[in-house]
Design a protein around this ligand. Structure first.
Ligand code: TRP
Length: 873
């Protein structure tokens, strides 16, 4: 199988013959595979696992540790070492005159075994005596050790004493980066702090904020989960639970974990553990039919065929994990396919491998049956040796581990490169004391360590390899997704990568569309404690629960939040108001009595209608100005009254529409003045009735009062007084348009600020006073015999006027915004209409419909009759 290397099993009892130094010791337990060479590299691999610790009795010597399950995956790792060394030996550029050899030790995942193995390789004898080296040749250059952190830590402490270079291919604990504790340790697997950072980024990438965490109680799981927790916290991700299990989990613990996983609302569960330790937990979980969870794997189990078994496939399909970067090592697969027990008759591992792979037994197997407990089936048929490894390969098989093997490949190469660098040292220019070089035949371990720390090369696949200050390689991970195949097996599919050397923020790449979730859906499953708060809400933390669990509270009135999951709401600027969803501030709605809205347009239409009616009445009066009814009772005053009524109707239009500085300024005063003019006309009319009545009496001094000047004086003085009040108002404190934001929330009331209420009420009060006077006067004169019951109708009109304005007061005071204006417009319309109807409609009726009554006789006759009637009553 290996042309330059001879692999054979060394039975420890015969390893070190009795010699002068007396180094003869007996042991049956160690299983060592070796290939001779001038320089040896030691390697430790957990080829078998499931070790049984010896019974704790102290009355006899400790029994050997036995392990009973052969793992073809880890055997492949040892083969990767053999392959690399054979490749280096074939390469003339490295050591033309030397061959490298190796020693492979099966650690069984046991700490006792690895310590013994390391000592054994150091001292060269089966029963090691510290500080003594029995073997003289060849020299052991470095260790490629070990798989797990726990065991690597133990050996690194030992090897650190001698500064023996140690390169691990799978021990990723961040503790091993501490060079004070582990001076001679370096590795070809990145440290877990990078993995934890990457896993946290992955969780954040899927927007999961509520995750569970399971970890093993060993150096790997404990430190890794601790790192992971702190990195998750940095991303604001909360831990729903963190359960740990010992490397030999107890039934009680497993039940507790099953219970926790069943109850949790977290759908994403991170597992930071190595495959052999988590398997019992996962097997129990699968019995409880736990579905719908996304399992996130650390690199120790993400590509482990020991976990992706058919039994666990349905539960664990869809698992996403960080895996060691994979690269096809040219020639390695062919090398593995050429494995055959007959090619290496003394390699105990290859026979075990064959027996396991083909479920048969070698007829003359010399393997101590206590060491290997083969599959029950295998005890039946004998192996023929004609079995073909090619036939075993299925298309989706995860059998070839090109990930850890690559780490081993790089580890062996880094030792070879260090040796080569040491070999090519120019005498007199060496790095050691007095510029000396190391003696290549008898170099010291620390001398090789010096070169180890400096290696920098590209492997055959073109990938760069070096160790940083802490002995760590460049960090590169693949992201794998477990796809369930139709035949029920799992295949690991690369769906992304994580490269710590990429620019910040671009380290992680995930092709989400390539991911197969075990929910059978294409969208990313959710794993949150509380659903997101939409904009318009804010998060309110729940008492005693993690920050990721919160209630969504609607933003208070006037406040908004415009992002999802906002923790606060903020108030809108004073001229803005939240929209209905409270997700943004919009300009507040302006409120004023506009022509566009029904109320405004109806009022305006009524005003126009009444104005037209008034104008028509005015026209009728002008047309019939010479008829007795128009002539009677001061024709000019009637015209003036009708004119002012038109004005007062029209002035109500000043109240509708958006307030302008000018409309604000004139509207109340225009209203006040036209109305006073109107009432003073009415007053003048009544007074004229009284004067006329009295003037008819003989010797009356009222005769002189019959002239038009009385009316002129009366109307102008009373109007002047109002003009005076209004000008004072305008001068002292002119009304102005204002945007009132306080009156109604969410609405800007656009209104005219009257500036002073006193002036407004004075104006209105004066108008009221005048109306009262007219009412009183008209009331007194109501029974006087006048033409067409003028005084009576005036009494009515004033009654209407007063009642309108009396009811206006509470209406005006109790309404806000546009309704106040509407009340005032309504007051103006109804009071003017009242006057118009009461005073002019009866006259129009006579003019237009009863022209027969529009005669002087009728006028006086009726008046005389009426007078009589009064007297009879
Ligand atoms: N990266 C892991 C570690 O550093 C790998 C590991 C842990 C492992 N335990 C193991 C590998 C057991 C094989 C067997 O520890």
């Amino acid at each position: 199988m290996l042309p330059t290397l001879l692999v054979f099993l060394v039975l420890p009892a015969r390893l070190c013959p009795v010699d002068a130094q007396g180094c003869t010791l007996k042991s049956l337990e160690e299983v060592v595979s070796r290939s001779d060479g001038d320089i040896i590299i030691g390697g430790t691999f957990p080829i078998n696992y499931n070790w049984r610790d010896p019974e704790m009795v102290f009355t006899k010597p400790p029994e050997p540790i036995l392990c009973n399950t052969f793992a073809s995956r880890t055997y492949q790792w040892a083969q990767a070492m053999a392959f690399t060394i054979s490749e280096i030996n074939r390469d003339q550029n490295f050591f033309p005159n030397l061959t490298l050899g190796f020693l492979v030790y099966d650690t069984c995942l046991s700490l006792v075994r690895i310590l013994k193995g390391t000592m054994r390789m150091l001292t060269g004898q089966a029963k090691p005596i510290a500080n003594y080296q029995c073997q003289s040749q060849p020299s052991l250059a470095a260790f490629v050790a070990d798989s797990g952190s726990t065991r690597s830590i133990a050996t690194a402490r030992l090897l650190g004493l001698y500064r023996y270079p140690q390169v691990s291919y799978f021990a990723s604990s961040p503790l091993l980066s501490e060079k004070i504790q582990f001076p001679s340790f370096c590795r070809t697997i990145p440290s877990d702090d990078i993995q934890a950072w990457g896993l946290a980024q992955l969780v954040a990438h899927f927007e999961w904020s509520w995750v569970g965490l399971l970890s093993s109680e060993d150096d790997y799981g404990e430190l890794g989960s601790q790192m992971l927790k702190s990195k998750l916290q940095k991303f604001g991700i909360c831990i729903a639970f963190h359960e740990t299990f010992s490397i030999v989990p107890t039934a009680r613990k497993i039940i507790h974990i099953v219970d926790t996983v069943k109850r949790t609302s977290a759908n994403a569960i991170l597992v930071f553990s190595a495959d052999p330790f988590m398997r019992p937990v996962m097997e129990e979980l699968s019995k409880h039919n736990i579905t719908g969870k996304v399992w996130l794997a650390s690199e120790a189990w993400s590509t482990s065929p020991g976990v992706s078994t058919n039994k666990l496939a349905s539960m664990l399909s869809g698992t996403i994990g960080f895996a060691i970067h994979e690269s096809k090592i040219p020639g390695f697969e062919e090398f593995l396919l050429k494995l055959h027990p007959l090619n290496s008759p003394n390699d105990i591992f290859v026979k075990m491998f064959w027996e396991m792979a083909f479920r048969c037994r070698w007829p003359n197997s010399k393997i101590n049956q206590t060491l290997v407990n083969l599959d029950a089936n295998s005890s039946g048929d004998f192996c023929t040796g004609a079995e073909q490894l090619e036939n075993l390969k299925s298309p989706n098989s995860n059998e070839t581990d090109l990930r850890i093997s690559l780490n081993i490949y790089n580890a062996v190469y880094s030792v070879a490169h260090a040796l080569q660098d040491m070999n090519s040292c120019v005498p007199g220019k060496g790095p050691f004391a007095n510029n000396t070089c190391a003696n290549f035949q008898h170099f010291k371990p620390w001398q090789l360590l010096h070169y180890m720390k400096k290696v920098h090369f590209r492997n055959k696949m073109g990938e760069e390899m070096y160790f940083d200050r802490d002995g760590n390689p460049p960090a590169m991970y693949d992201i794998v997704n477990w796809h369930l195949q139709p035949d029920g097996t799992i295949s690991y599919v690369n769906v992304g990568k994580f490269d710590s050397r990429a620019p910040k923020g671009e380290e992680l790449y995930v092709n989400i569309s390539a991911i197969q979730w075990n929910t059978q859906r294409t969208e990313i499953p959710r794993s949150v404690c509380s659903e997101n708060c939409p904009p318009g809400y804010r998060k309110a933390s729940q008492k005693g629960r993690p920050l990721c669990c919160f209630d969504c509270v609607l933003c208070a009135e006037g406040e908004v939040s415009n992002v999802t999951d906002s923790s606060t709401c903020w108030p809108c600027p004073s001229d803005q108001w939240p929209n209905q969803r409270r997700s943004k501030c919009t300009p507040k709605r302006k409120e004023f009595l506009s022509y566009q809205e029904p109320l405004g347009s109806t009022l305006a239409a009524i005003v126009v209608l009444w104005t037209i009616i008034t104008i028509l009445i005015l026209c009728t009066f002008i047309k019939y100005r010479d008829t007795p009814i128009a002539k009677a009772n001061n024709r000019a005053l009637s015209f003036l009254l009708l004119g002012t009524l038109v004005l007062s109707f029209l002035c109500s239009l000043l109240f509708i529409g958006d307030p302008h500085p000018t409309t604000c300024l004139i509207r109340q005063t225009a209203f006040g003045i036209t109305f006073v003019l109107c009432i003073s006309c009415v007053l003048a009319k009544t007074i004229m009735v009284i004067i006329a009545f009295n003037a008819t009496k003989p010797n009356s001094n009222f005769r002189g009062w019959l002239g038009p000047w009385v009316t002129i004086v009366l109307v102008s003085t009373s109007t002047f007084l109002q003009v005076f009040i209004c000008t004072t108002w305008l001068l002292i404190c002119p009304p102005f348009p204002e945007k009132n934001m306080k009156l109604k929330i969410g609405i800007i009331i656009w209104q005219c600020n009257e500036c002073t209420d006193v002036a407004f009420w004075c104006m209105l009060g004066y108008m009221g006073l005048l109306a009262c006077v007219s009412f009183l006067v008209a009331f007194l004169a109501r029974k006087l015999p006048d033409s067409f019951n003028e005084a009576k109708w005036i009494t009515f009109s004033m009654l209407v006027f007063l009642s309108v304005w009396l009811s206006f007061i509470p209406g005006y005071l109790s309404t806000q915004g546009k309704y106040t204006v509407a009340v005032e417009v309504f007051g103006i319309i109804s009071s003017s209409a009242g006057i118009l109807v009461c005073i002019f409609f009866p006259k129009c009726y006579i003019i237009l419909l009863r022209p027969d009554m529009n005669t002087r006789q009728q006028l006086f006759g009726k008046g005389a009759r009426k007078n009589k009637k009064i007297k009879t009553i």
